[in-house]
Write a protein that binds this ligand. Structure first.
Ligand SMILES: [Zn+2]
Length: 266
């Protein structure tokens, strides 16, 4: 008894299960895509459904209900990520304007599936977003840049590049607590027994920070004939060049012996 329309419908959806959102997002114009997506997501949650980015290019993004898309035995291990996909045709379109702002348009307000009666029906969406959050932080900790993280996230990703920057910055603040980055680094060195020595000027400002890891020290003691010393020019935001002490072992292979941040290279 197929009642739903659409060539790709796989599940029969009784017509009584169709429902139409009765409100529209209050705001229609946004200074950037990130604020548009964030408002749309909040509005969808208030209306008991969740959104994903169906397709996007530089001027246009289509947001669909998480029940959108036909069910596909997925490439993520054979299980659909969000329970049953009913090929729901609910759509929000985001269009970039010539002045750089973004407009939001509700182009199809009708869902073809049951409306969850409570937010507990949204558990899948929340679980997905938590998993995605962890994945973003894991990639960021591995020094993957936000642009690359965007490419690595799967099709259900709703996070914009700005969301990723914000998430990473929040996590950084959480880790730092009240400490400055330098206090955090020194604490980390102390707690993990990493050999280090800091140098300060008369005003108490840091002028140098030497540190060495256990393996580097052991190798340096063993192969102590040749050391190459040079400063990298990829300085950090405090403009301290990093001096890298490279040793050479008996197989003429190099190893990192120790490091030092210096205030200037002379
Ligand atoms: Zn829907």
């Amino acid at each position: 008894m197929p009642t739903a329309t659409g060539a790709h419908t796989i599940f029969d959806v009784p017509a009584s299960n169709q429902w139409t959102v009765t409100t529209e997002p209050n705001q229609k114009q946004f200074p950037d895509l990130s604020s548009l997506v964030s408002t749309a997501k909040t509005w969808a949650t208030e209306n008991m459904f969740s959104l994903f980015k169906l397709c996007s290019d530089k001027d246009k993004v289509v947001l669909a209900c998480s029940h959108g898309n036909e069910y596909r035995p997925s490439n993520h291990g054979g299980k659909a990520r969000d329970g049953i996909k009913t090929d729901c045709k609910f759509r929000l379109n985001a269009q970039k304007q010539s002045n750089g702002s973004w407009n939001l348009n509700l182009t199809n307000p009708t869902h073809n599936h049951a409306r969850p009666s409570s937010l507990s029906g949204m558990a899948n969406a929340r679980r997905d977003s938590n998993q995605q959050h962890e994945e973003i932080l894991r990639l960021s900790a591995a020094n993957v840049r936000p642009n690359q993280i965007m490419q690595l996230l799967d099709e259900n990703n709703l996070a914009t590049k700005k969301d990723i920057y914000n998430m990473v910055a929040r996590e950084r603040r959480r880790k730092l607590q009240d400490k400055s980055p330098l206090q955090y680094l020194l604490n980390h060195f102390r707690e993990t027994n990493i050999f280090h020595q800091s140098y300060t000027n008369d005003a108490g400002q840091l002028t140098g920070l030497f540190f060495a890891f256990e393996e580097g020290i052991a190798l340096g003691k063993r192969f102590n004939t040749i050391f190459l010393v040079d400063a990298t020019y990829k300085t950090n935001r405090f403009k301290l060049p990093l001096v890298h002490f490279v040793g050479v072992n008996c197989f003429k292979k190099t190893f990192s012996a120790c490091f030092m941040f210096i205030s200037k290279e002379d």
